[in-house]
Design a protein around this ligand. Structure first.
Ligand SMILES: NC(=O)c1ccc[n+]([C@@H]2O[C@H](COP(=O)([O-])OP(=O)(O)OC[C@H]3O[C@@H](n4cnc5c(N)ncnc54)[C@H](OP(=O)(O)O)[C@@H]3O)[C@@H](O)[C@H]2O)c1
Length: 250
């Protein structure tokens, strides 16, 4: 059994806590968070501490806290045994400043607290400083996912940029679409089959082939008409994305 301590109580910690509890080969021995804010989302049977000097002895310590806090937080971990990993896509392994061995366990998915996801398909990107730690982290990652990848810090940074385009920006587009629906008393639900098909289609054909719409067709009259109806912020985004599509296809 791999003994694990989980640090943090946000979106990723919520996902990890669920998956750790479910795995037969993992012993989820303790969790840490600095306050009680999100305690209601976590299993009360898992011992919890808010004292960083009170952590139990474990094989793996997972730091699932804000990117900006990883270095200063890990500096406070004075123990030398065990493997300490962070879960960030954009921070290098060197962001960890602890005395123990270091690694990264980046789950490539979007997580929100109290929203459960299909665990076993989530790609887990791992990185360690040496072979022995890699074996342990592989073993651990294989307990929580069928898709484990070894990805170094520089590639993971690029992957994270790609993920920002694929998820964060496309979700913001959904938000803009939702605003337009709301403003015109149209139910957002009407767009959901289209959103689903957009994601489904690129499972089978490449994004470059899947593109449709006025900018792909270079339909200038439609584009002008759309622009005339938008707010300044929407216009700026519509224009920028349309220009990029036009340049790609023409
Ligand atoms: N969300 C995602 O979809 C996703 C996906 C993959 C990877 N990640 C990565 O996973 C990590 C966590 O992201 P998240 O979305 O779970 O963040 P989050 O929901 O904002 O949660 C962050 C957690 O870190 C704690 N924290 C922040 N600063 C701290 C400090 N100085 N000392 C102790 N605890 C501190 C917060 O505590 P308080 O509540 O007290 O502030 C909170 O429990 C990040 O590195 C992120 O890049 C996120």
């Amino acid at each position: 059994m791999i003994k694990v301590v989980l640090l943090g109580a946000g979106n990723v910690a919520f996902y990890l806590a669920n998956v750790l509890t479910m795995s037969k080969n993992i012993n989820f021995i303790q969790r840490y968070s600095r306050n009680i804010k999100n305690d209601k989302y976590f299993d009360k049977n898992i011992p919890k501490t808010n004292n960083i000097n009170n952590l139990s002895k474990a094989d793996i310590y997972i730091i699932a806290i804000n990117d900006d806090a990883i270095s200063s937080f890990s500096k406070q971990l004075f123990f030398k045994d065990g493997l300490v990993v962070h879960t960030s896509g954009s921070m290098p392994i060197e962001a960890l400043k602890c005395k123990a061995k270091k690694g990264v366990l980046y789950p490539l998915q979007t997580f929100s607290i109290n929203h459960k996801v299909e665990y076993h398909q989530i790609p887990i990107c791992i990185e360690t400083e040496n072979k022995k730690d890699k074996e342990l982290l592989h073993l651990f990652a294989n307990c929580i996912s069928k898709n484990v990848y070894e990805i170094n810090s520089s590639k993971r940074e690029k992957l994270h940029i790609a993920a920002v385009f694929a998820n964060n920006f496309s979700n913001y587009m959904f938000k803009l679409a939702n605003d337009i629906c709301d403003k015109n008393s149209i139910p957002f639900d009407i767009l959901k089959p289209l959103i689903k098909e957009t994601a489904n289609k690129i499972q089978k054909i490449s994004p470059i082939k899947a593109q449709t719409g006025p900018a792909k067709r270079n339909d200038n009259k439609v584009i002008k008409n759309h622009l005339s109806q938008l707010s300044e912020n929407q216009k700026e985004i519509y224009n920028l994305v349309s220009k990029s599509i036009i340049n790609t296809y023409n």
